[in-house]
Design a protein around this ligand. Structure first.
Ligand SMILES: [Zn+2]
Ligand SMILES: [Zn+2]
Length: 187
């Protein structure tokens, strides 16, 4: 396994599941429920799970003939910025995971690519890549504070939501603008 990053095999990493107490007998089940801190860069440019935010894992590990099937949900807070008005957004996200992790030297291990089907490393499962994929898929590439966010006033750059209805800037003809300035200074 020359391409492993050591962090991904670290059994103390909160997103690494230890299957030692799951019998390797098809049908054997174990439930994993825990809260873990979110890893860095979990999300997209404008929105994501903040580093260290609490992720709730509710997973079922099931022995199947080729490996361990992990299914369940992971939920946590997301925060970001509205793509139109740039105001902060906070929300919660729940993603569903269903992934097979093949035993080393199983038929699946020998006939599939690691990008298609995950692998157990000894007794360990690294959930992080599957979690990243699920989160990225679930997040909007252009997040909005609300669906019909009107964005910013093109003249003054203030979010239109924060301005009174009918907010507008006087469009003065430059010639009249000069005149009105003269008038203002007289007053
Ligand atoms: Zn907005
Ligand atoms: Zn304005």
């Amino acid at each position: 396994m020359p391409h492993q990053t050591p962090a991904h095999r670290d059994p103390r990493s909160p997103l690494v599941l230890d299957t030692r107490d799951l019998p390797r007998r098809p049908g054997a089940l174990r439930v994993v429920e825990r809260s873990v801190p979110a890893p860095a860069d979990l999300g997209l440019e404008l929105i994501g799970v903040p580093l260290g935010a609490e992720l709730d894992l509710r997973l079922r590990l099931e022995s199947v003939s080729e490996g361990v099937l992990v299914s369940g949900t992971i939920s946590g807070p997301v925060s970001g910025e509205c793509g139109r008005c740039l105001r902060p957004i906070s929300d919660t996200l729940e993603v569903t995971i269903q992934e097979l992790y093949a035993y080393q030297h199983s038929t699946t291990d020998e006939t599939t690519d690691e990008d298609e089907v995950g692998r157990l490393r000894g007794d360990l499962i690294d959930l992080e890549p599957a979690l990243r994929d699920a989160v990225v898929l679930a997040l909007p590439t252009n997040p909005l504070c609300r669906e019909d966010c009107p964005g910013l006033c093109p003249e003054c750059g203030v979010p239109l939501d924060e301005l009174p209805e009918g907010h507008a800037h006087q469009q003065l003809d430059p010639r009249w603008a000069a005149l009105s300035q003269m008038k203002n200074s007289e007053e």
